[in-house]
Design a protein around this ligand. Structure first.
Ligand SMILES: O=C(CO)[C@@H](O)[C@H](O)COP(=O)(O)O
Length: 223
């Protein structure tokens, strides 16, 4: 398989008052990406951050900022996030039924990597047109909890979506997000996920570096 493991601590579980030092801490512990949860209080019942925070953090790190847009109108965020220094821009298929082609085009024009996320209740077929388009997304994010909050329980039933996607698209980046940690990573890795978002299991661990390394080893072993 051509895909490589990407371990992405979810900064939603960090101390927001010390975001830059939390980011440095995660990179020093071995993280590949920093996962940034952008929530608008409308698509999901929580409000987190937007372009100003990404811009501030970008001044302190060169790390890949993997932005997950849990927002009703993702198109409204593309230009500001691109200018702020976001690296990846993953929008929800549920929020882009009419404009996903324009979204992908604009995300790429801003120099970001486009991804599409699917909620637990959305069927996996909905992302096929976006992956198979002439101008495709480069990552699919399979939500393994209902989006909105950290610290929820992993939904093992979502692994069937990951298996289907990995079989259909052997070299696609497939990300999983929600409830990932030492007790759930093997299920996700063996299904074919290679990008792993983990919030509470990393930030809540006495030795976060050990958890990051365990997540990576599981993905490597499964390939
Ligand atoms: O997008 C989300 C929640 O909506 C996630 O990125 C969570 O922040 C992951 O947190 P844990 O489930 O790993 O604690």
């Amino acid at each position: 398989m051509a895909v490589t493991p990407k371990i992405a601590p979810s900064m939603l579980s960090s101390d927001f008052a010390n975001l830059a030092s939390e980011a440095h801490r995660m990179i020093n512990y071995g993280a590949d990406w920093l996962h940034m949860d952008i929530m608008d209080g409308h698509f999901v019942p929580n409000l987190t951050m937007g372009a100003p925070i990404i811009e501030s953090l970008r001044k302190h790190t060169k790390a890949y900022l993997d932005c997950h847009l849990m927002v009703t109108n993702p198109l409204d965020y593309v230009e500001s996030l691109g200018k702020a220094g976001a690296s990846g821009f993953t929008f929800h298929v549920e929020a882009s039924k009419d404009n996903w082609k324009e979204l992908i085009q604009n995300i790429k024009s801003q120099g970001m990597k486009p991804g599409v996320a699917i909620n637990p209740g959305t069927s996996v077929e909905e992302v096929y047109p976006l992956v198979e388009s002439e101008n495709p997304v480069e990552m699919v994010l399979v939500m393994t909890v209902e989006p909105g909050f950290g610290g929820q329980k992993f939904m093992p039933d979502m692994m069937e979506k990951v298996r289907i996607l990995r079989k259909k698209y052997p070299s696609l980046d497939i990300e999983v997000d929600g409830g990932l940690g030492p007790s759930t990573i093997d299920a996700a890795a063996s299904a074919g996920a290679n990008c792993i978002v983990a919030g509470s299991s990393v930030f809540g661990a006495p030795e976060p570096a050990q958890v990051i390394s365990l997540l990576r080893n599981s993905v490597e072993k499964a390939q």
